[in-house]
Every structure is written in structure tokens, then in C-alpha cells.
Design a protein around this ligand. Structure first.
Ligand code: HEM
Length: 198
């Protein structure tokens, strides 16, 4: 019992003194004018001299290897190939215009704060497409667990609106295919059914 108490005290002190040990997912995300304290690649405390600008935010890294890995991931990401934040934000705005005009699915959004919903969808899709900021909202199963009657027809309608939005915006077919594969990968979770065998 005594050993347990000592361990708890030691852990509390360590978490207080060392931010790297505290499980704060936002510590690896910079905000405007404020750099991140944990490296987005290694999770270790950053060296403030090792930085990179991306979409007007300054990311700091633990070392040069992490910086190089971050740079490569950004350059190869679907997120960047789609056009980054501006392109994804514009797509989500146009997507919800279609969703809210569609009688098959718009009743699901009747009591939903659509400003919040648009923001969350932008953040989720950005992360899912390999953007620099990880998704820290609900997982897709929990997010859709309280939508009675939600079924495959609804999912396909939503997915169809995502696809036609990107087509309207003249996104290349290969990129749309990648987006739709990612959208399809959350289908079982959104519909709260067991994951299909792969
Ligand atoms: C590709 C498929 C889908 C994706 C990527 C997606 C994504 C999301 C995200 C990111 C949220 C916010 C989660 C949070 O609060 O942290 C959300 C919530 C929601 N989604 Fe979806 N969704 C999908 C399919 C659907 C479908 C098919 C419907 C209904 C037709 C739907 C209706 C809703 C509603 C009503 C909410 C708000 C739930 C609440 O706040 O209680 N979604 N979705």
C-alpha cells in the first residue's frame, strides 16, 4: 500500500513537472501565435529552434528527423493534394448546402448546431485526409450512436453529396476516388454495425 502511495505521488509530481508525460493531445498542436510544446511526430518535448511554418502556424519539433518526417507527410498527403485548408473548408460548406436540401437526410440535422457541425466536419475530414492537426473529437461510432433509423441509404446519400460536391469543384477523379475510399472506411462505424471482415 505504501509503495502504491509513493508511486502515485511520484507520478503526480512527474506529470506536473514534465508536460511531455501529461496526456494533453492539444500540446502537439500550435495555435495562432503560440507554438506546440510536444513534437507532433515523436510526442517528446520540442526544441524551439527546430520549426516549420505550415498554413500560417509554426510547428516545433523534438529534432531534425521529426521535422523532415513532418515535411514529407505534409507534401504527400491527400489533404495537401486537395488544396489544403482553404479547399477542404470550401468543400464542406458546399457539401452541407446539398445535405440540408436533401429530404432523405436533412431531418437528422434539424436540432443540430450547423456552425459547430461544419467546423467539426472540416476538422475531421482534414485529419482523415492527412492534414497536420489530429482529430480529437468523438470517434465515428459514438458520434452517430444516437441517430435512430440511420441506415445504409442515408449513408449513401451523404457519401453521394460528398462526391458530387468534389465533382462540382472540379477535383480530379483520382483524388475523389481516394476521398471516397476514406469516407467508405467509416461506414460500419457511422451505421453502428460490426466491422465488415476484410
Ligand atoms: C462519411 C460519412 C460521415 C462522416 C465522415 C461524418 C462525420 C461526422 C462528424 C465529424 C461529426 C461530429 C462528431 C463530434 O461531435 O465530435 C458528425 C456528427 C453527426 N453526423 Fe455524421 N458523418 C458521416 C455520416 C453521417 C450520416 C450518413 C448522417 C445522417 C444522415 C450523419 C449525421 C450526423 C449528425 C446528425 C451528427 C451530429 C450528432 C450530434 O451532435 O449529436 N453523419 N458526423
Amino acid at each position: 500500500m505504501k509503495i502504491f502511495s509513493i508511486a502515485v505521488v511520484a507520478l503526480t509530481v512527474a506529470l506536473t513537472l514534465c508536460p511531455a508525460l501529461a496526456a494533453d493531445p492539444t500540446a502537439s498542436i500550435p495555435t495562432e501565435g503560440k507554438s506546440n510544446t510536444l513534437c507532433p511526430i515523436s510526442g517528446k518535448p520540442v526544441n524551439p529552434a527546430i520549426t516549420m511554418e505550415y498554413e500560417k502556424l509554426t510547428y516545433s519539433f523534438a529534432d531534425n528527423d521529426c521535422r523532415a518526417k513532418f515535411k514529407t507527410s505534409r507534401e504527400s498527403s491527400l489533404y495537401q493534394r486537395l488544396g489544403g485548408k482553404a479547399a477542404i473548408d470550401a468543400s464542406v460548406e458546399a457539401f452541407y448546402v446539398k445535405v440540408l436540401a436533401d429530404k432523405r437526410v436533412n431531418h437528422f440535422f434539424e436540432d443540430i448546431n450547423m456552425n459547430k457541425q461544419r467546423r467539426k466536419q472540416k476538422e475531421f475530414l482534414s485529419a482523415a485526409f492527412g492534414g497536420p492537426i489530429p482529430w480529437i473529437g468523438k470517434d465515428m461510432r459514438k458520434a452517430h450512436a444516437n441517430l435512430p433509423g440511420l441506415n445504409e441509404t442515408h449513408f449513401n446519400a451523404i457519401a453521394g453529396h460528398l462526391k458530387s460536391t468534389l465533382e462540382d469543384l472540379k477535383v480530379k477523379k483520382e483524388l475523389i476516388d481516394e476521398v471516397m475510399t476514406i469516407a467508405g472506411s467509416v461506414k460500419d462505424d457511422v451505421l453502428n454495425r460490426p466491422k465488415a471482415a476484410r
